[in-house]
Design a protein around this ligand. Structure first.
Ligand code: MLT
Length: 252
């Protein structure tokens, strides 16, 4: 198994950042730039994205195992921050490698598996990527993820990260997300400090669902980032930095 590629900055206790679909470590650029005095920040590229190989891209569980190998090699449990697909990977990690987790930040994500309709939509998109490459995904994600009034550069950055992904990686991630199990049942067993974060304008994983997830996790905290859609680290990085600092201060 190839190690996942990761981008390291700062010094202190280990914090690992896990991006969403179809993005890479650059999702976190403006967040980790402000946390280096507090944490050793490791922003990973999930299999097939950024500089990581496709190896182990077949399921969310395999991805979690590859992430676990990164954390285990550093000999300390991590504060783990994940957005959306990154959150699916975090919940798999909770189930498979809980000893590697010091705290969790679940951002704009959900524990439920896909509905039949959602799954069918993913397979239709897989076919579309096979026919036309990543361009249609890049355009639709850049349109759908941020809030309606997001700055143009936010959409440009999403489009750029998606365009830099290979069609095979995008297809594998879509398949992995379509086939992921429902993990609602493990929320009550999460025993580490947990923060649930959601953009107030998130249309994909709306605040009501995030609040339900927080309610199911014992002792968790909940923060809504005002004005952000599905990608607060790009849309409201200072709000995310503030939420992480506050959470890590009380949970340390
Ligand atoms: C993401 O941001 O990672 C995706 O929206 C997740 C998904 O499609 O379920």
């Amino acid at each position: 198994m190839q190690p996942l590629f990761s981008h390291s900055s700062g010094a202190g206790p280990l914090a690992v950042f896990v991006h969403g679909f179809p993005m890479d470590h650059r999702l976190w650029d403006q967040v980790v730039a402000h946390l280096g005095g507090l944490k050793r920040c490791l922003a990973v590229d999930l299999p097939g994205f950024g500089a990581s190989s496709m190896d182990g891209a077949d399921s969310i569980d395999e991805t979690a195992d590859r992430l676990a190998a990164v954390i285990a090699s550093l000999d300390e449990p991590a504060d783990i921050v994940g957005l959306s697909m990154g959150g699916y990977v975090q919940l798999a990690l909770v189930e498979r490698h809980p000893e590697l987790i010091r705290s969790l930040v679940l951002m704009d994500t959900r524990p439920e598996s896909d509905s039949d309709e959602g799954r069918a939509g993913r397979y239709a998109l897989i076919d579309r990527v096979g026919e036309s490459g990543v361009e249609p995904v890049a355009d639709s994600m850049a349109e759908a993820l941020p809030a309606a009034d997001a700055a143009p550069w936010v959409r440009r950055k999403i489009r750029q990260m998606a365009r830099d992904s290979s069609p095979a990686a995008v297809q594998a991630a879509l398949r992995a997300m379509a086939e992921r199990p429902d993990r609602t049942g493990i929320l009550g067993s999460i025993a580490v400090p947990t923060l649930v974060v959601v953009g107030s304008e998130d249309a994909l994983t709306p605040p009501e669902g995030a609040r339900r997830m927080a309610d199911a996790i014992p002792g968790s905290r909940f923060v809504e980032i005002d004005g952000a859609g599905h990608v607060p680290p790009l849309e409201r990085p200072s709000g995310v930095v503030g939420a992480l600092r506050d959470f890590w201060t009380v949970s340390a």
